[in-house]
Design a protein around this ligand. Structure first.
Ligand SMILES: Cc1cc2nc3c(=O)[nH]c(=O)nc-3n(C[C@H](O)[C@H](O)[C@H](O)COP(=O)(O)OP(=O)(O)OC[C@H]3O[C@@H](n4cnc5c(N)ncnc54)[C@H](O)[C@@H]3O)c2cc1C
Length: 369
């Protein structure tokens, strides 16, 4: 196990997503990042930059409808023209951009600081945290959880919350829970901006390109589908040379001045994906007292405050009341009812691909309320 490998990456904090259940989680989480010191204590490194969501030509209507729906639930977002984007970020190539969703309050934060601040707050609240210990199994009696088995002994507990990231699938299979969780490797490039370039915003752009500024004149860039099915203990954590070249080209298309960017060492991290690219937040099927938060499909950081609350509410009240997480139930894959937003852009690697012939990936709009 490689703790915290996945923590050193992009970590965009934005509400922009076509899926309302996910947007609600992001919306509930954003104030935590914004008011971190008061709410949690310590620092999370939240940097407000504003966020641009660009889509492929021809998808402006989807963007417009999503912006309206997001605004209807309280997200501070608006549709702006390509020309307005150019005014706000003059180095952007807008030749293929007609409309952009702009979210002024969003930005990015730091994974290590966030996790450490959460742990410190938990300790102050009375929690005991054991690190450097591996959970090797669950103790289940009948249909009830009784604790966890670790390499340092058994811990009895009437409630267990399992958030094992890419290790979740094999761990849960040990007690007969077989969920479609696939560990996937994703690469992040680090580019040195030319000194004249003041890149200040976070972007998601067609070609599943996403990038954000970092300190010291650096820009972090990710794109494309990951390498699915890797072993989270042994995957290659450096960036592949061909990936780097392709990424630099995509970046230079969107921000032409980045043609002059220098290359720094990048890195790869691993996260879990599900077939519909949406998380599982639920009681474990058939096991009383065991709760799951997994399969976040590359979006788990920005919603982590709300997910923590939802899992605590599920475990203590039987229902998440702060934000409804019913859409993310574990059984939806077996039921053949995968989660889809009403207006998907279908330009992210894990967006569902509609197939002909009435597959289960057809829109289940009842869930996207
Ligand atoms: C390259 C990259 C870019 C990303 N960008 C973003 C982004 O921009 N925005 C965003 O919101 N999200 C992003 N993510 C996704 C985000 O990092 C994950 O969704 C999030 O980390 C999931 O949190 P988690 O706690 O569920 O799992 P993890 O962060 O994977 O943590 C799981 C933890 O469980 C521990 N563990 C596992 N098994 C055991 C065991 N048997 N015993 C004891 N401990 C165990 C591991 O050591 C680890 O510390 C990105 C991920 C990557 C890799």
């Amino acid at each position: 196990m490689q703790p915290d490998r996945a923590a050193s990456h992009q970590l965009l904090c934005a509400c922009i997503t076509p899926s309302l259940p996910e947007a609600r989680l992001a919306l509930a989480s954003l104030p935590w990042f914004q008011e971190w010191e008061d709410r949690v204590g310590g620092r999370c490194g939240f940097t407000r930059t504003g966020f641009f969501r660009l889509v492929d030509p021809g998808k402006e209507d989807l963007l417009r409808q999503n912006v309206e729906r997001l605004r209807s639930i309280g997200v501070n977002t608006e549709l702006i023209s390509g020309d307005n984007l150019k005014r706000m970020a003059p180095d952007t190539n807008i030749e293929d951009v007609e409309a952009v969703a702009y979210e002024p309050d969003s930005g990015y934060a730091d994974g290590h600081s966030t996790a450490n601040a959460f742990m410190d707050a938990a300790r102050r609240g009375g929690a005991t945290i054991h690190q450097g210990m591996t959970v090797t199994g669950f103790q289940v009696h009948g249909d009830t959880i009784q604790g966890v088995e670790t390499d340092a002994g058994i811990f009895s507990a009437p409630i267990v919350i399992s958030t094992a990231g890419p290790w979740s699938g094999p761990l849960l299979r040990r007690i007969g829970i077989d969920l479609p969780l696939v560990p996937s490797r994703h690469q992040i490039m680090i580019l040195e901006r030319p000194p004249s370039l003041a890149h200040e915003h976070v972007y998601i752009s067609p070609g599943s390109l996403y990038f954000r500024p970092d300190s010291a004149g650096l820009t972090l860039v990710g794109y494309g589908a990951g390498e699915d099915g890797v072993d989270p203990d042994t995957y290659r954590d450096a960036v592949d040379a061909d990936h780097q070249i392709e990424g630099a080209m995509r970046m230079a298309h969107r921000i032409p001045a980045m043609q002059q960017a220098g290359m720094r060492r990048g890195y790869a991290g691993c996260y879990t994906v599900t077939p519909d690219g949406k998380m599982i937040v639920d009681q474990a099927p058939g096991i009383e007292g065991l709760y799951l938060g997994t399969g976040f499909s590359g979006t788990g950081f920005k919603i982590s405050p709300a997910i923590g609350i939802a899992l605590a509410e599920l475990a203590t009240q039987g229902e998440a009341t702060t934000v409804d997480v019913a859409a993310f139930r574990a059984t939806r894959f077996d039921e053949g009812r995968m989660l889809r937003a009403n207006y998907e852009y279908l330009d992210r690697p894990y967006d569902p691909v509609p197939t002909a012939g009435g597959s289960s990936l057809h829109a289940d709009t009842a869930w996207d309320r």
